[in-house]
Every structure is written in C-alpha cells, then in structure tokens.
Design a protein around this ligand. Structure first.
Ligand code: NAP
Ligand code: G4F
Length: 319
C-alpha cells in the first residue's frame, strides 16, 4: 500500500517541491490548505489533480484534528508558517501564533489522532541569528534576532520536547536559506532576479534593496526537500543541519545575477532604509557534515547555477 504524507504549507515554495518529489516516489499526498477568497495554487497547478486537499488552519485546533483524521498520514511535514522575517516585526503576535504555537497545535493533534505518524518540523538557520560559532552545526547555541526566529526556536524546542517526552518520531530540520524560481518575490534572491529581468526587458529602471553586506548560505529548494524526506526514513529520530557549506553576500548575488545578462549592478541598485531590519543576521554558513554522513544527502546545485536558473526563469516569465 502507498505511504501517505500530509504536507502543511503545500502552496508555498517548499511544499510544491516536496509534493512533486513524494508523488514521484509513489506517495499518496495530502495537502493542507487554509481558506482563501481566491485560489492560491499557482506553484502546484501542474500536480493539483494528484493531491488530496484538506482545509485547515494552524490557528484552529479542531481543523487540524480533522485534517489528520481524514488523511491518517504515515508522515507529516509541517512547512506552514509566516515565513517572511520583516513581517515578523510588524506582526509579532501573529507570527508567534502561526510559526511557534502552530507547531504545538499540530503535535497535539498528532498525539491524539495518529501518534505513530512521523513528524518533520521546518526549523531555520535564522535560529542561530547572532552566531556563536562558524560554521553552525546541530550543537551551535541559538541566538534568534527577529520575532520570526524566536518563534522558530520555540517550534524547534517543542518538537524535540515531544520526542523526548512522548517518544514521538519527531525531527527538526535546521535548513539554511534555499531558493528557486518559485521563491516568493519579497525574499531578496527572487526580488533581485525579478528585478534583473525587469531591467533587462526595459520594464524597470532600478532596484531598491536594504543591506548588501549580509551573507547567506544559499541552496536550491529542490535539493533541500529530499533531505526532509530522508530524515523521516531513518531508524531513529534526529535533527539535522541542511546547508551547502558556502556563504555569499547579497552583493555577490547581485554581481552574478546582473552579470548573467551583461549588466553591472552598480548602475541600477539603490539602498533604501525601508528594507533595513531592526536587527540583522550578518552571516550564516552551515556545516552539513552530519547530513552527509548519516542521511547520505548533499546539495547538487551550485550558487552560480541557482542564481542563473532564477534569472533565466524570470526572464522567461516576463518575456
Ligand atoms: P512559503 O513559501 O512562505 O510558504 C509558507 C506556507 O505556509 C504557505 O503554503 C502558506 O499558505 C502556509 N501558511 C501560512 N500560514 C498558515 C496558516 N495559518 N495555516 C495554514 N497554512 C499557513 O515558505 P517556504 O519558503 O516554502 O518555507 C517552508 C517552511 O520552511 C516555512 O516554515 C519556513 O519558515 C521554513 N524555512 C524556509 C527556509 C527557506 O529558505 N525557504 C529556510 C528555513 C526554514 P498560503 O499560501 O495560504 O499563504
Ligand atoms: O531573503 P531574505 O528576506 O531571507 P532571510 O531573512 O534570510 O530569511 C529566509 O531564510 C531563513 C533561513 O535562514 C528562513 F527561515 C526564512 O523563512 C526566509 O526564508 O533576506 C536575506 C538577506 C537579509 O540579510 C536581508 O536583510 O537579504 C537582506 N536584504 C537586503 N535587501 C533584503 C533586502 N531582504 C529582503 N527580503 N528584501 C530586500 O530588499
């Protein structure tokens, strides 16, 4: 019999890649979606007929109970969250509710409805924040720098706590930034590749950004969802850092993206205080040796391949 997976956040970037991957592996895929006045399935339009949708919201316990009861999953991937860091300063309570307490709600449902199900929590390198060591490993202490990161740190600890308290197969994937042509346009990578395409096609004249000095360990989302799946196939539940082990600045991203279409970013990019953050995470770089050793996982797409893939996709979309 086919395995059943429930994905929360299936309409998001990672949800779409994970759903594709699990369908290819022969899973029955259930996607949790929240009610919206307009359909919001662009990223999964090509596979939507292969997915069973269940309506629920991370804020509503009864709806989560029902979603788990309907799907009776073998595996739950909790990807749903308010995931944009700047919004977490303007909506800190909502972010805490979705991104933090939402994890407890779904774990409570799991314990009541399907305690044998394996659980994946989408944790984040943002938890390392003002980093205590370089590179960051599974043992590096957390120092979150935004309400988002604080909420994710709670989600991480409540996942580990449920594992230790109740013996659940519950794991936390500490994923560093991962991008793709399906990335939301407000995140810096997609904002840049969309901006490059607009400028190249004569639709725009400049691109306003915040800091260009921040450095991130950027990988490809399509690679990272495979690590999520591998974590749930292990004999013992455990937490893993998923990263490329390399870091680049926003400025370097700009150089590659503009350079790919024969332009110099310095001619187009301006800096706007509106995009500066109250507290910045200056540099992230992950040590993926545990994931390599135990999961046999490694990233396939390089930084340059990622940037050019995103620029080419945006040129095609807008062209
Ligand atoms: P994303 O594109 O922003 O997708 C977020 C998803 O969560 C969307 O499907 C959204 O649904 C759903 N959602 C938000 N609030 C909800 C609620 N109250 N109830 C039900 N669903 C809700 O995020 P992503 O980049 O795919 O990331 C997936 C997860 O990994 C997130 O938890 C994120 O915080 C975490 N993460 C991401 C990265 C990264 O670099 N991408 C790195 C580390 C961790 P709607 O479509 O209805 O808005
Ligand atoms: O693309 P970003 O908004 O991603 P950020 O804050 O690193 O968070 C992403 O990755 C996390 C994993 O580490 C996830 F947990 C989280 O959900 C999300 O997916 O910003 C990256 C960097 C920051 O330092 C930011 O200050 O780019 C800098 N930046 C400079 N100008 C900008 C801009 N970021 C955005 N969004 N927009 C700008 O104009």
């Amino acid at each position: 019999m086919a395995k059943k997976a429930l994905i929360t956040g299936i309409t998001g970037q990672d949800g779409s890649y994970l759903a594709e991957y699990l369908l290819d592996l022969g899973y029955d895929v259930y996607g949790m979606v929240r009610r919206s006045s307009t359909e919001n399935l662009e990223r999964i339009d090509h596979i939507k007929n292969d997915i069973e949708f269940v309506q629920a919201d991370l804020l509503d316990q009864a709806s989560l109970d029902k979603a788990l009861d309907i799907s009776q999953p073998d595996e739950i991937y909790n990807l749903a969250a308010q995931s944009f860091v700047p919004t977490s300063w303007s909506q800190p309570v909502l972010t805490g509710q979705f991104t933090g307490l939402g994890v407890t709600r779904i774990l409570e449902s799991l314990r009541q409805v399907c305690p044998e199900a394996k659980f994946y929590q989408a944790s984040s390198s943002e938890m390392f924040g003002k980093v205590r060591e370089v590179p960051q490993t599974e043992m590096t202490p957390f120092h979150p720098r935004s309400p988002y990161a604080v909420a994710k740190t709670y989600g991480h600890h409540i996942t580990v706590n449920n594992r230790e308290s109740f013996g659940l197969f519950a794991v936390s994937g500490i994923l560093f930034n991962h991008e793709s042509p399906r990335r939301g346009r407000e995140f810096v990578t997609r904002k840049i590749t969309d901006g490059v395409a607009r400028i190249k096609l004569g639709l725009s004249k400049e691109l306003a950004l915040g800091t260009l000095d921040a450095e991130r360990d950027w990988g490809f989302a399509g690679d990272y969802v495979k690590a999520m799946h591998l974590m749930l196939q292990q004999d013992e539940p455990d937490d893993f850092v998923v990263a490329t082990g390399t870091t680049h600045s926003v400025r370097q991203f700009l150089e590659v993206a503009f350079g790919h279409v024969g332009l110099n970013y310095e001619d187009y990019v301006t800096q706007d205080p509106r995009f500066m953050r109250p507290a910045e995470v200056d540099q992230l770089i992950g040590d993926n040796s545990k994931a390599k050793r135990i999961l046999g996982w490694e990233p396939k797409v390089s930084f340059e391949q990622l940037v050019t893939m995103m620029v080419d996709s945006d040129l095609e979309l807008l062209g």
